[in-house]
Write a protein that binds this ligand. Structure first.
Ligand SMILES: Nc1ncnc2c1ncn2[C@@H]1O[C@H](COP(=O)(O)OP(=O)(O)OP(=O)(O)O)[C@@H](O)[C@H]1O
Length: 238
């Protein structure tokens, strides 16, 4: 019998958090940003984290990327023990396995859109010509085939987000982490961003999105609610 199971079911998790806790000490007291969080994400799966502002969504993405270390618990991403890895190992994790699409440090301002995509490839040893071709292909895939020569400042917020997604498309990483990828863009641009991220998932990446945008529920494999640092029950399986 032909299997019709989705790709996600066939693979072991590539992201696993177990009993993860993170708190911040602020002048106003202790903030619990993550509390006893356990979750897994498999290749070919899109997990969407929803929750109010300040609930802990970005903290979870930062923990998965190794940008923040947990106070308690275990985090494994692409076979790396993130909570205990050396700085070099974490840099290698982000360089080779994890693409981060975060609003605050998406694109290099002094590079064109195409260069923002091709430079990380040439750094990895890909020839300039191949990297340029990969950048063109990725820009076309996110619906921006004509805009490769523009600098980030010459693009709209949504176009910048799509360039960042194109960069994730062109890079080899199996894990894509996106923070508010459709924040402050119009509805039709948001659709383009969502569909580009969904393509990454369909191509076999594990995609985790933190968002306020309810439209992501339509394309998510799973939606988890984050509230006061706690991750709630699965809301549904598409
Ligand atoms: N570096 C930090 N220092 C102190 N507190 C922090 C820090 N980072 C996050 N927090 C606090 O941790 C809590 C969770 O923040 P986080 O950014 O993860 O929430 P969020 O759900 O992503 O919010 P938003 O939707 O507004 O981006 C918040 O109360 C926030 O103020």
């Amino acid at each position: 019998m032909t299997s019709v199971e989705p790709l996600a079911v066939e693979h072991a998790p590539i992201i696993a958090l177990s009993g993860v806790a993170k708190k911040y000490l602020t002048p106003f007291g202790e903030v619990i940003a993550a509390s006893d969080v356990s979750l897994t994400v498999r290749p070919g799966e899109m997990l969407v984290l929803v929750g109010a502002s300040g609930s802990g969504k970005t903290t979870l993405l930062n923990l998965m990327a190794g940008l923040v270390s947990p106070d308690e618990g275990d985090i494994t991403v692409a076979g790396v023990d993130v909570a205990n890895a050396s700085v070099d190992r974490l840099i290698s994790l982000r360089r080779n396995h994890v693409s981060v699409i975060f609003q605050e440090y998406n694109l290099v301002a002094l590079l064109t859109a195409a260069e923002n995509i091709s430079l990380p490839l040439t750094v990895r040893g890909v020839s300039k010509a191949e990297a340029a071709a990969a950048a063109d292909q990725a820009l076309a895939a996110v619906g921006l085939p004509q805009l490769g020569d523009r600098f980030p400042a010459e693009l709209s917020g949504g176009q910048r987000q799509r360039v960042a997604i194109a960069r994730a498309l062109a890079l080899p990483g199996e894990v894509v982490l996106a923070d508010e990828p459709t924040g402050s863009v119009d509805t039709s641009t948001a659709r383009g961003v969502m569909s580009a991220l969904h393509d990454l998932r369909t191509a076999g990446r594990a995609v985790v999105v933190a968002t306020h945008d309810p439209a992501f529920r339509e394309v998510a494999d799973r939606v988890l609610t984050v509230r006061d640092g706690e991750v709630g029950a699965m809301e549904g399986v598409a």
